[in-house]
Design a protein. Structure first.
Length: 167
């Protein structure tokens, strides 16, 4: 099945995660960065994976807009959702829940939190100051969960078999 990964990356973490995810999914996978193409053609794909990074508790606006604009088309696709964020446990779960429309969560085959990173080399002065003061981090750090990426890919690759009830 043809797969499309639609994402947005601010400092490169999500882009790196998407490339790793694509390697795990194989050659029938395409990637679209919403920063470069905010309205990709979804017709030829049976599986669509959507992700982005969390900044100040929110996913990027272009990811949110893409989901809301394409909700009617996405409900007929196999959907996977993911975020990259530095929080763990319940805070990360809440961020995942709030990142996407509730209907999209209902349609999704699987969802994941892939960890994140603070990459000071790609941040501007203000972003560095905010991270230092809010997260109490003074240098670049990464907690990308490579096992979660592999697990997510395996779940997406499983054949979807809807249950039919005979009456």
């Amino acid at each position: 099945m043809k797969t499309l990964i639609v994402y947005m990356s601010t400092h490169g973490c999500t882009e790196n995660v998407v490339n790793e995810l694509k390697e795990n999914l194989g050659s029938n996978t395409s990637i679209v960065n919403l920063k470069k193409n905010s309205n990709p053609d979804l017709k030829e794909y049976g599986r669509i994976i959507i992700g982005g990074s969390i900044h100040a508790g929110q996913i990027q606006r272009k990811v949110r807009d893409f989901c809301e604009r394409n909700l009617d088309v996405l409900r007929f696709k196999e959907i996977g959702l993911f975020i990259c964020c530095m929080y763990e446990e319940q805070v990360a779960k809440d961020q995942l829940k709030n990142a996407f429309p509730e209907k999209l969560h209902q349609y999704s085959k699987t969802e994941a939190i892939f960890g994140g990173e603070f990459n000071f080399a790609r941040m501007n002065f203000l972003e560095k100051m905010i991270v230092k003061n809010v997260a109490h981090v003074k240098e670049s750090v990464s907690n990308v969960d490579h096992k979660a990426i592999e697990k997510f890919a395996r779940r997406m690759e499983k054949t979807y078999q809807p249950m039919f009830v005979l009456i």
